[in-house]
Design a protein around this ligand. Structure first.
Ligand SMILES: Nc1ncnc2c1ncn2[C@@H]1O[C@H](COP(=O)(O)OP(=O)(O)O)[C@@H](O)[C@H]1O
Ligand SMILES: [Mg+2]
Length: 296
């Protein structure tokens, strides 16, 4: 048995060698995608998990940057009052038009809230702590679950993909994200108890699908913070594959301090440590999503 790279093992099988991925399936190669002719309409993807600290924001930033690297035009929506997506991309959020203004209608034109980032092709609509008042404010709104969907309709033709970085809850903001989205990505931390909350999340997705957004699909589950040296990391991944099969992506994001370091530097990993395996992992994830048809 030869260790190839993080999580990959070569299993010699007679004359042919099959490379197994961390998911226990043969490792697939995802080709570098062709450039697109023209832009949009965007596929809208919500990154959801009601557990905090599982890699939603990290994935929004780094998947966004990786898709932009392959020439996709990406809009990232900060939909968490903590504003970690905005901070992670070095975006100033004080006294600028933000997603809360758009939800409330105090700013009518969504374009006014869009900011460019240091990554070419990756734009953002920021958020700040004001967004925490949205729960209360939206309760009395007509069609309160569809407010974000209406906002995004203004810009959907100008992007290839819109990523919504959800807050860690299944409240009205997350329901708005699921109502606006075509697909859901669930980052799953390879830690004890990680799978516990996923059943509830899948139930919520099914409810939104039933009542508000029949076309919604689960695009897949992205294992994050994987450590091939720990038994429980491998066990969580095994359980996830048992339960969700091919909906678990081949791409697995390993645990590395480069991610918190990149957050401090307010850069995507692709800018902060382009040669690091973590950069390659998110580039592969972008290619896998394109290969699976979740992104054009
Ligand atoms: N693969 C990883 N390895 C190590 N640390 C990570 C990884 N992904 C995210 N982190 C760190 O874990 C913390 C939580 O991640 P974050 O993306 O903010 O989670 P969420 O948005 O789900 O709350 C952050 O400090 C982030 O830098
Ligand atoms: Mg977050």
């Amino acid at each position: 048995m030869t260790t190839m790279k993080t999580g990959a093992t070569a299993v010699l099988n007679g004359t042919a060698a099959t490379i197994m991925g961390a998911t226990g399936r043969p490792l697939r190669e995802f080709a570098v995608p062709a450039r697109l002719n023209g832009v949009g309409p965007a596929r809208i993807i919500a990154l959801c998990n009601q557990k905090g600290g599982v890699g939603k924001t990290t994935t929004s930033i780094n998947l966004g940057a990786s898709l932009a690297h392959y020439g996709r035009k990406v809009l990232a929506i900060d939909f968490d009052p903590q504003g970690a997506l905005s901070a992670g991309l070095g975006i100033f959020t004080h006294d600028v038009p933000n997603i809360y203004d758009l939800l409330l209608g105090t700013v009518k034109d969504a374009h006014e809230a869009i900011q460019t980032t240091s990554v070419e092709g990756l734009d953002i609509i920021p958020a700040n702590i004001d967004l925490s008042a949205a729960e209360v404010h939206l309760v009395n709104e007509v069609a309160r679950e569809q407010v974000l969907a209406r906002v995004l309709r203004q810009v959907v033709d100008e992007y290839d993909v819109i990523l919504i970085d959800c807050q860690p809850s299944l409240g009205i903001l997350t329901v708005n994200a699921l109502t606006a989205a075509h697909g859901v990505l669930i980052p799953l931390e390879c830690e004890f108890f990680a799978l516990r909350g996923v059943a509830l999340l899948v139930e919520t997705i099914d409810k939104v699908k039933d009542r508000l957004n029949p076309a919604l699909v689960l695009d897949g589950i992205l294992p994050t913070m994987y450590d091939s040296r720990t038994l429980h990391s491998r066990e969580v991944l095994e359980r996830a594959v048992e339960r969700f099969g091919d909906q678990v992506f081949d791409t697995v994001i390993s645990r590395t301090v480069k991610f918190p370091d990149a957050s401090v530097a307010a850069s995507p990993i692709l800018q902060f440590a382009p040669e690091h395996a973590a950069s390659a992992a998110y580039l592969q994830f972008a290619r896998e999503l394109i290969a699976r048809g979740a992104v054009a």
